[in-house]
Design a protein. Structure first.
Length: 457
């Protein structure tokens, strides 16, 4: 049974449009990954029509879904800051990319060619993702540095490392792709251009090949398979009892195993200085690797939705907001991996590989705000619960909890203190904690006080 968690803002239509956009992006990645096997059938009028249909579909679905996500995040993006202005500019970037795709299609229809400079524009605009990943790294590290108990915030540190590695990967690909399109490709691409997805066709020097391997592939794989997995493990630890131990360990172990088998086994069988993933003899590993990261993305997305479904049973205003964060985190997880693939420099006709690259802006936007909001909300929630437990224990141990009236007054004071700390955290991070709900704070305090009294007795 499909696990769908909806709110008043993010509904089934939002899911549908996101999955349509994902399907177009993944199809584009598959064409790039297996261009050596699929290139000839695509280099025809059928390929142009297919590219046109895919472009129209992906932009319509992506912009439709983005509208709902922006509504869900509108309050969070009201505070004046550079990052929030960047978030609000995301639709503008997408519309600019839509214009570029329109120009590519017009050139192909009228002149049977398209300008390489249009691909360069796509690469440069997609470089905005560097700012999203970079700022997310900064915000996570700032929170980790200022947190009281750093040992309990390993999740935040892991997400920071993951963001940093994605930032490095996108930076390297933006620089190398721009250089390649400017110096190693003709000014226009027509059906007679010999497109290729091999590393040799990229005309990179030996140093650039090493940079590509260890500046793009290794950081991206490490971010997904290690840092992100560690972060998700610490995140799910808070909900292990609700989702079950077997599900927990499946989610933690399966994604990196699937992903690393397809990507790194060919490298281990050959050399560490060349990228051999695209060689024909490793076609089977290409299939395993592609299926691996797609499956890994869905496993991690399933984890976020599972937590959202668990929280959905506790209906409060703050819970609904966190559920929105979780849904965005889940759906952005399946988007960010395909968009950070790097096939735009294949220069096929039509330019398959350009669609996935164009949508790295949308994916990095959703991935940054979704994961950031979820992680910070959980971290703040844990810190506030630790604070509430500390206050409750102090009162209980001092025997100040006498009659019901005194107990109610003390709980009221503690709730007020928790709210003050929660408000301070929200001002600092622009993320709301679920502990803002009075009933939830009171219920938690009652449990802590009862446990403390029992231990004391």
């Amino acid at each position: 049974m499909l696990l769908l968690v909806t709110t008043s803002i993010i509904n089934k239509k939002t899911y549908l449009m996101t999955f349509i956009a994902w399907a177009m992006i993944v199809t584009d990645v598959i064409f790039g990954t297996f261009l050596d096997a699929l290139g000839k059938p695509l280099n025809s009028s059928f390929g142009v029509i297919l590219f046109l249909a895919m472009s129209i579909t992906v932009f319509f679905a992506g912009l439709y879904a983005l509208r709902d996500y922006m509504v869900a995040l509108r309050k969070d993006l009201e505070a004046p800051s550079f990052f929030n202005r960047l978030y609000k500019a995301t639709p503008i970037f997408l519309y600019a990319l839509l214009v570029i795709f329109g120009a590519i299609i017009v050139e192909m229809v009228l002149f049977s060619q398209y300008s390489t400079y249009l691909l360069i524009l796509i690469v440069l605009i997609s470089g905005v993702a560097i700012l999203f990943f970079g700022f997310r790294t900064y915000k996570f590290l700032s929170w980790f540095k200022s947190s009281v108990n750093k040992r309990h915030n390993i999740m935040i540190l892991a997400f920071a490392v993951s963001s940093m590695l994605f930032c490095i990967s996108v930076t390297v690909t933006t620089a190398l792709d721009t250089k390649e399109l400017v110096f190693a490709r003709p000014s226009s691409i027509d059906p007679h251009f010999h497109s290729s997805n091999s590393m040799a066709s990229r005309h990179l020097s030996r140093i650039e090949l090493v940079i590509h391997l260890y500046g793009f592939l290794v950081p991206q794989v490490t971010a997904i398979a290690i840092a992100e997995t560690v972060a998700v493990a610490y995140f799910l630890r808070y909900f292990k009892d609700q989702i079950g131990r077997a599900t927990f360990w499946t989610i933690i172990i399966l994604p990196p195993v699937l992903f690393l088998t397809g990507i790194f086994v060919p490298q281990l069988l050959t050399t560490g200085s060349q990228f051999v993933y695209m060689e024909p003899r490793f076609l089977l590993f290409r299939v395993i690797g592609t299926a691996g990261w797609v499956g890994a993305d869905f496993v991690i997305a399933f984890a976020y939705l599972l937590v959202a479904k668990t929280l959905g049973r506790q209906i409060t205003t703050s819970r609904n907001k966190i559920i929105n964060y979780l849904i965005i985190a889940a759906l952005s997880t399946i988007l960010v991996s395909p968009t950070t693939n790097n096939w735009i420099t294949n220069c096929s006709y039509p330019p398959f590989g350009a669609i996935q690259r164009a949508f790295v802006v949308l994916a990095s936007f959703l991935f940054s705000i979704g994961i950031y909001s979820v992680a910070l909300s959980v971290a703040q929630d844990a810190e506030l619960r630790h604070l509430a437990r500390k206050y409750a224990k102090e009162y209980a141990l001092l025997d100040t909890l006498g009659n019901a009236q005194e107990t109610a007054e003390i709980i009221r004071k503690v709730v007020k203190l928790i709210h003050k700390h929660a408000d301070d955290m929200e001002k600092e991070t622009a993320v709301e904690s679920s502990m803002l709900d009075d009933n939830e704070v009171r219920q938690y305090l009652d449990v802590v006080i009862r446990e403390t009294r029992e231990k004391k007795g």
